[in-house]
Design a binder for this molecule. Structure first.
Ligand SMILES: [Zn+2]
Ligand SMILES: [Zn+2]
Ligand SMILES: [Zn+2]
Ligand SMILES: [Zn+2]
Length: 342
């Protein structure tokens, strides 16, 4: 993630809201997009980067957002993507909502940075993206109503329980997953959204060649089979995860998840790691993946030093790199599937 600079010269990280050095108020200005310090004089708050008068996002009163907007009494452009929030009367639910908003903001900033839907062509209007953070409940007849984390026609639903680390770890072990994180959920579900809003619209033939034709594989049948028999033993050769073998849609979503992980690492490496990686949509994706995997090997070793999990798989087979290159190429296509003329 890109960092910002406080007026005192201190570096500002994504979740900072007070400078540790000069105690300035910090946040993200939606006028100039900077992660910045803010100056409060008599009545106004001003962005130290663009000097605009700004107002706190309405969600700042719940402690789930650090954005500042051009107009008073408004939600910031990231909070606006959320349709349904948890009941505000329960403080533990608000804390979970805050964790989900933080992961969602990280996701949206990355999609904006990379020009992926809903920040490419007209997708924001033609294929609206929304989020709902819901929790399991019981209906009037006493029947349990379970919330399934998933995507449908631009609506991403996340079960609020996922913001509870104990719940998440239990499921991670149960499903044999290498990682289970909120940003991982966001990146996987937005993969389904990118499939629906963009990939299946602009580059469908190549999609079918690499991932298979989703229309030819019955989803519920595939899911039943996956949970009964598990993934084929050789899944590593063509897929980023065991789950990706279930259906072409899941293969695509899991690949987007890893692509966004890789691009996040590459962005941080350029911002604070002294690297000069070419992240543009026309750069060589295979070369970029290789450079990031070199970083992954190093950082995973630090993680192992502390008994933590590896950052990502240390090696990815050529067929997976081809799928990642396909996702990379989606950023430079226009609505008719063509590369834009230079
Ligand atoms: Zn400072
Ligand atoms: Zn600004
Ligand atoms: Zn906000
Ligand atoms: Zn999925």
């Amino acid at each position: 993630m890109k960092t910002g600079t406080c007026r005192c010269g201190n570096r500002i990280f994504f979740n900072n809201h007070e400078c540790l050095s000069c105690h300035a108020r910090l946040g993200r200005c939606t006028v100039c997009g900077s992660l910045t310090s803010l100056t409060t004089d008599e009545a106004d708050i001003r962005c130290d980067a663009c000097h605009s008068v700004v107002y706190p996002c309405l969600n700042q009163m719940h402690g789930v957002c650090h954005s500042f907007n051009q107009s008073a009494e408004t939600l910031c452009r990231w909070c606006e993507f959320t349709n349904v929030i948890p009941p505000l009367s329960q403080p533990d639910r608000v804390v979970r909502w805050g964790a989900l908003e933080s992961a969602k903001r990280r996701l949206l900033l990355q999609l904006e940075d990379l020009s992926l839907p809903p920040f490419i062509a007209d997708t924001r209007r033609t294929h609206r993206l929304r989020f709902e953070f819901l929790e399991d409940s019981v209906d009037a007849e006493g029947k349990p109503q379970k919330v399934t984390t998933g995507h449908e026609n631009g609506l991403i639903t996340i079960n609020l329980a996922e913001a509870d680390s104990v719940h998440r770890e239990r499921l991670r072990v149960q499903f044999g997953e290498p990682q289970r994180t909120l940003i991982g959920h966001m990146r996987h579900e937005v993969g389904h959204y990118i499939d629906w809003a963009w990939a299946s619209q602009v580059a469908v033939e190549e999609y079918h060649r690499l991932f298979g034709n989703p229309g030819e594989v019955d989803y519920s049948q595939a899911m039943k089979q996956h949970y009964e028999r598990g993934a084929p033993a050789d899944w590593h050769e063509n897929h980023v995860s065991a789950y990706a073998t279930m259906h072409p849609w899941e293969d695509f979503a899991e690949t987007v998840n890893v692509y966004l992980d890789i691009m996040a690492i590459a962005t941080t490496a350029n911002d604070i790691g002294g690297q000069h990686l070419d992240l543009s949509p026309v750069s060589d994706a295979a070369k970029l993946v290789k450079s990031v995997l070199d970083i992954v090997i190093q950082v995973s070793e630090y993680n192992f030093d502390l008994g933590l999990l590896p950052l990502l798989p240390e090696r990815l087979p050529p067929s997976v790199v081809q799928k990642l290159s396909y996702v990379h190429s989606l950023r430079s296509l226009s609505i008719d599937g063509q590369l834009p003329t230079q």
